[in-house]
Design a protein around this ligand. Sequence first.
Ligand code: GLN
Length: 197
Amino acid sequence: MSVGVLALQGDFREHAALLRGLGAEVELVRRPEELDRISGLVIPGGESSVMDKLARAFGLAEPLRAGIQAGLPVFGTCAGLIMLADTVLDAIRGQESLGGLDIAVRRNAFGSQTASFETDLDVPVLGADPVHAVFIRAPVVETVGPRARALAGLADGRCVAVEQGNLLGTSFHPEITGEHRFHQYFLGTVARVGFRG
Ligand code: GLN
């Protein structure tokens, strides 16, 4: 069973290192045929509009959509969360997402790069210890539709982590803070689902 990390753009190396540290076999995914070998996929942080363009240019967007529809477990962080959202607010012109999560996300919801910040979050599904979360030009989940559920929110109540079936997404970057519980949780989903297992 190997886990893919979409390696078109963004901080895919950090995700790959974290997953390998947890004992997972990792495949960097850049071509459609590489999707046939994976049981789960991580979509990293980066720039969603660029990732979207590259995914379409590399012929990955449609196979990714099909995989998501077929039940491939996918975990997206930041730009990856945007890629998984059914609705993207403040998208750049022509930007598309893959969809799958019944949510509306707003890109760059906290302002520009300088408005990046860190905070501790309660994430009950990961246990009692708070998650230290880094937000970098991060999106916020403005609407959580009936098929999705919020996993964590900021002190002001805004949602920043969601789950829906085999899909998981965070506005922040657990891959750069040494926080491994989201990835472990995701690997649990991957093992349970046994996609192409
Ligand atoms: N602002 C970026 C976007 O719209 C996301 C930033 C990130 O992934 N850290 O894709």
